[in-house]
Design a protein around this ligand. Structure first.
Ligand code: HPA
Length: 242
């Protein structure tokens, strides 16, 4: 029996590869759409987790889990820690982000090459010094090749993981990050990349632009529905690249 506070699975119930949307109901939707022979292994705090089988385009049948992470780095950190405790090797975040660059559009994919952050988590871990949170290089390269093969509009670069979705105290601060070339803001990637690196596991964030901060463009209802399919396809192509 594995002791884990927020995930109540039996040993072996969680697959080695886990897709990690923030929203637990999105985890349910992904499980319903993409997995067969599906088993729900977690409902603690309604943070739903599922394991099932996926048939890849080359015919291989693989086990995959989908787990909600909640919003923000402290929440993601709890679930990622516990998933690693269950022996998970590969964690791929699939989520949305706010673009900081005018040339990006809602619905564009973003592959996070690095996770900048305004959080205090790594300052505590690294005694005030700087650590560069990076994805697993093989997952990253495979994801880039997969989007290029499909010709999907994709931005590749740095993202900002913020602790404050509502930054009323500094409404212009995003411009500092934009000028440093940061593509988009979300709330989880820096912690995912740091933790995976420290635990010797593989991680990647694949995001879709839900809104563009400088132009105030935002996703259509249809884009919101279809964007997860593309992220899941790229996540599976990179997790199971040969
Ligand atoms: N800020 C933080 N996280 C986000 C945003 C945003 O504007 N859009 C989607 N996730």
């Amino acid at each position: 029996m594995i002791v884990s506070i927020h995930i109540s699975a039996e040993k072996g119930q969680v697959a080695k590869v886990v897709l990690l949307p923030g929203d637990p109901l999105r985890a349910k939707r992904i499980a319903e759409e993409f997995l067969t022979d599906t088993e729900q292994y977690n409902a603690v705090r309604n943070m739903l987790g599922y394991t099932g089988t996926v048939t890849l385009p080359d015919g291989r049948r693989v086990r995959v889990s989908v787990q909600g992470s909640g919003m923000g780095m402290p929440s993601l950190s709890i679930y990622a820690n516990e998933l690693f405790h269950y022996g998970v090797q590969t964690l791929i975040r699939v989520g949305t982000c706010g673009a900081l660059q005018e040339h990006l559009h809602s619905g564009d994919l973003v592959i996070a090459q690095g996770g900048s952050s305004d959080s205090n988590l790594n300052r505590r871990r690294f005694k005030g010094l700087d650590f560069a949170p990076l994805p697993d290089p093989n997952l990253f390269v495979s994801a880039v090749l997969a989007v290029r093969e499909r010709g999907w509009q994709t931005a590749i670069g740095n993202v900002l993981s913020t602790d404050l979705f509502y930054a009323d105290h500094a409404p212009e601060e995003w411009k500092m990050w934009a000028e440093a070339g940061v593509l988009a803001v979300e709330m989880e990637t820096a912690e995912l990349y740091t933790l995976a690196t420290l635990k010797g596991r593989r991680a990647l964030s694949i995001l879709t632009v839900s809104d563009v901060i400088p132009t105030k463009e935002s996703m259509s209802a249809e884009q919101r529905e279809t964007c997860y399919g593309r992220m899941v396809e790229i996540a599976l192509a990179s997790a199971f690249a040969t």
